[in-house]
Design a protein around this ligand. Structure first.
Ligand code: PEP
Length: 251
């Protein structure tokens, strides 16, 4: 019922030349057609070349961020409409790196989600706790607070295209993947929060992804969990072969 999804987040990596090589290599080893959604989130400067080289494939594009207003005097920002115009179908919002380094609040992320939905972008909303919060048994409280504030006021229609990525901060870029039981516990909690707060039918269709040091060794056991519908992959998505190995070993 929920179509699996694997998203590669390149963050602030890859020049135009390496982006082009990545796509060529990926399409060489796989036609990427099939029963799962494969999405790549290049930096803004590579979106156009990646789009051009992906032409004719089933791989979709995501933005890594967007501005909190629709258009106007915001030097250096990229709007939701611009991402859509550049060929993106998805946008990643609420990533912990943006929460930490750009001080993005849940309220700001909420504004961005509205704009993304207005522009027809599918939102991948990231939530997750720090190690300190996990150690003091606050994981579910943190997730609930983030979900409630980030999704406030959104209509059922807008929420239809939402995916949620559980990304424990302590697992991102550290090599410490959360174990499958830890992941299922939190995903189960997110699923029941969705049922309680968004309703039964949305909770059945909302995809919940796991992200945090995923590689092709850890991915099969993670994907085998009943509430894990996909993966958000950072470091291991930078090489087309390791990204492909994750896809191949998981489905
Ligand atoms: C991420 O930042 O979204 C991520 C999952 O990174 P990594 O896979 O490198 O931990």
């Amino acid at each position: 019922m929920r179509r699996p999804i694997v998203v590669g987040n390149w963050k602030m990596n890859m020049l135009i030349s390496s982006s082009r090589k990545w796509v060529e290599e990926l399409l060489n080893i796989s036609d990427c057609a099939g029963t799962i959604d494969i999405v790549v989130a290049p930096p803004f400067t590579s979106i156009s070349v990646v789009r051009q080289y992906l032409e004719g494939s089933k791989v979709l594009l995501a933005g890594q961020n967007l501005a909190s207003i629709a258009e106007g005097a915001q030097t250096g920002e990229i709007s939701a409409n611009m991402l859509k115009d550049a060929g993106c179908d998805y946008v990643i919002l609420g990533h912990s790196e943006r929460r930490q380094y750009q001080r993005e609040s849940d309220g700001l992320i909420n504004k961005k989600i509205f704009l993304a939905c207005q522009s027809g972008l599918n939102v991948i909303l990231c939530v997750g706790e720090s190690m300190g919060e996990r150690n003091s048994d606050k994981t579910n409280d943190v997730i609930e607070r983030q979900l409630t504030a980030c999704l406030e006021g959104l209509s059922e229609d807008q929420l239809n295209s939402l995916s949620i990525a559980y990304e424990p901060i302590w697992a991102i870029g550290t090599g410490n993947t959360a174990n499958p039981n830890q992941v299922q516990d939190v995903h189960g909690f997110i699923r029941s929060w969705c049922e309680k707060s968004l309703g039964k039918s949305l909770s059945r269709v909302t995809r919940i992804l796991y992200g945090g040091s995923v590689n092709s060794q850890s991915s099969p056991a993670l994907m085998a969990q009943p509430d894990v519908d996909g993966l958000l992959v950072g470091g291991a998505s930078l090489r087309s072969k390791s990204f492909y190995d994750i896809i191949k070993s998981s489905f």
